[in-house]
Design a binder for this molecule. Structure first.
Ligand code: MLT
Length: 202
């Protein structure tokens, strides 16, 4: 019995790394499946549903207000997600996945990278911010990470995501940070950037 409700799409093209799809607030396990299919056609897709409910909307960790996180819960939930990844890899015979997270899903992916670096091969963080004020020192040597921000994102201050990029880089990750003329929502340019990056980096 795997510990997250999830959707799993087996690979149809061998050799592509599996994608771990992490939805935003109010999404579910189906939300990002079309995005995953577009980003890496034929790759295995593993898409859990966040277990925390905020007024009925699934998320991956609790927050006290928009952009103000319950860090104890972030740590606990990142641990649960790392366990799920391990269990799902064993159950489905998967290689280490690349996370593709949007908004709250990007934030939990960043927390998993900083707390459980062995869980992920890399990550695409779409509209991410810093999940933890003071994460432990971690070794992310060689892990490819793409961060895509929106210049007009009303939720995420540029300095905050800049600090996240700097921190991941300092930990040794191979970070590419792009800022699009966009808001918090995803655009075709996000898709194009992420697809191109996945083709080159994985
Ligand atoms: C979060 O709570 O993770 C961020 O505020 C992004 C969001 O989910 O709106």
């Amino acid at each position: 019995e795997l510990t997250f409700l999830h959707r799993y799409e087996p690979a149809t093209t061998p050799g592509r790394p599996p994608l771990l799809l992490l939805h935003g607030t109010g999404g579910d396990e189906n939300d990002l499946v079309p995005l995953g299919e577009a980003l890496s056609p034929g790759a295995a897709l593993l898409s859990p549903r966040g277990k925390v409910l905020e007024r009925g909307m699934p998320r991956f960790f609790r927050r006290l207000a928009e952009g103000v996180f319950d860090e104890e819960d972030v740590r606990r939930r990142a641990g649960e997600l790392a366990t799920f990844i391990r269990e799902a890899r064993a159950a489905y015979g998967l290689a280490q996945p690349i996370a593709v997270g949007f908004s709250n899903g990007a934030n939990i992916a960043a927390a998993v990278l900083e707390l459980h670096p062995d869980a992920l091969a890399g990550a695409v963080l779409l509209r991410a911010m810093t999940p933890l004020a003071a994460p432990p020192t971690v070794d992310l040597a060689g892990k490819p990470i793409l961060i895509v921000s929106g210049a007009a994102d009303p939720i995420i201050p540029a300095a905050d995501v800049g600090a996240l990029a700097a921190r991941l880089r300092k930990a040794g990750a191979d970070v590419q940070h792009e800022t699009l003329p966009a808001g918090h929502g995803l655009t075709q340019s996000d898709l194009a950037l992420a697809k191109n990056w996945l083709e080159r980096r994985t």
